[in-house]
Ligand binder design. Sequence first.
Ligand code: HEC
Ligand SMILES: [Cu+2]
Length: 504
Amino acid sequence: MNYPTLHKKLLGMIVLPAYLLAAPTSPSAQEGDPAAGEKIFRKCASCHRVGEGAKNATGPVLNGIVGRQTGSYEGYKYSKSLISAGENGLVWSSEAIFDWLANPRDFIRAYTGDPMARTKMSFKLGDEQQRRDVIAYLGTLSPQDAAADGSSMSHGDTPFDDKMAAGNVDPLADMERVRQELVLPPNVPQHDQVAKGDPKIVEIELIVEEKPWMLDSDGTTVVALTYNGSIPAPMLIVHQDDIVELTLKNPDSNLMEHNIDLHAATGALGGAGITTIAPGEESMIRFKATKTGTFLYHCAPEGSMTPYHVTHGMTGAITVLPRDGIKDENGKLLTYDKMYYVGENDFYVPRDENGDFKTYEDAGEDLGDWIEVMKTLLPSHVVFNGRVGALTGENAMTSEVGETVMFVHVTANRDSRPHLIGGHLDYAWETGSFISPPLRDLETMLVRGGSAGAAMYTFLQPGVYAYLNHNLIEAVELGAAGHVVVKGEWNDELMQQVYLGPLK
Ligand code: HEC
Ligand SMILES: [Cu+2]
């Protein structure tokens, strides 16, 4: 049975609210103040555009929404529920929008009679007066043709010519292709430190997964937004002059729109301008890795959605190695035995009246509350690799005396101060730039928010080392700490215990 048929069957079985049958314009929904509503619309504006030239974003354009058939704005990919509601005659009266805004999921479940029905809008507006006001404001917007003519460009628009369109003569046809197998952090894909042969096309696939994610041992859980299901997202590794062919997929089971901005890429907002996809879509870009270094990548939809997605886990790192390897200040090749990858993420979990962390069911449902906490700049969690303790105990990083480890540390928002207690950073590329000479023998490096840094250390003593953010409050109280367990022989020359006991 297809969905509309099922829907009609169910429709006959349930009692519908009066407005669905008659669609009267109720006075209660008309008492709103359009001017106040315009301000409230800012809450909607992270997902919806209005006015001349407005384009579909996370949500459809809302020009002329009052009186418009549900799920009918051209070019927008609605959920199945909204499309079939519209096909069955549901029109957005002020009353219907009033109930929809209170709880879109309950609204669509009540309408379809399907307890499993889903909508892509998870945002709720509880306050009745605010709902009336915003509806009054929406009522002032006429259903003008919102198709942009392309003559004016806004942030992120990209001037494509035909050469760039897919399917044309491919100047890359002769290049060798390799597919990069991505692995879970703190591990990194297999790679050559010195490139073999000519630049290649490196095929990479990232799949967006919205999913429940536990942040600490108290069970604090958020609906995280992830690339490939991990926080941080997988490390990507290529060599300078390689072409990265990146496919981004947003499965139908997701609710939100996503994209990717890679700081290693040039143009179109690092790719974000040309990769934005709704659930059920995918996008592919190719970019040349022109600059060497370690770089952040992250989701960057628009407006508040950018920090919102970033603080829900959509951050990762891409390493672009020099073709002839990483060098010291004299041009001598530096190699490592293994690379570890640490992602630092800040979370802003909203609390209830009792000060307990709140939980939400769907991706995006915490949007309003989260933005309020986010704006305080006071994170509830600052963690390595997605949760408190992700890199300690059984999950600790490991090494051996005499082994050289390259650490790559990425942070999207806040500055971080990676420090290895009991060790050093022999070589550090704080800014991530491999063309710049490394700093030598550091105690702590500064990784700026919005970047990834790299540092190399050869372990000289066995033991459990803490690798942490040397803002010790963030490390100990908020979670930004991990361990490196190092095996091998103790070296008395470097340190020994001479005496420990009562005062002599
Ligand atoms: C987090 C993003 C988000 C926010 C914030 C949001 N919406 Fe939506 N909205 C959506 C999405 C996504 C859809 C499409 C729902 C679907 O297809 O199931 C939608 C659909 C709608 C629809 C139905 C449109 C149609 O063409 O059928 C209305 C009406 C609407 N939203 C109003 C609002 C108003 C008013 C606000 C602010 C008070 C708001 N939304 C805030 C994401 C959002
Ligand atoms: Cu995203």
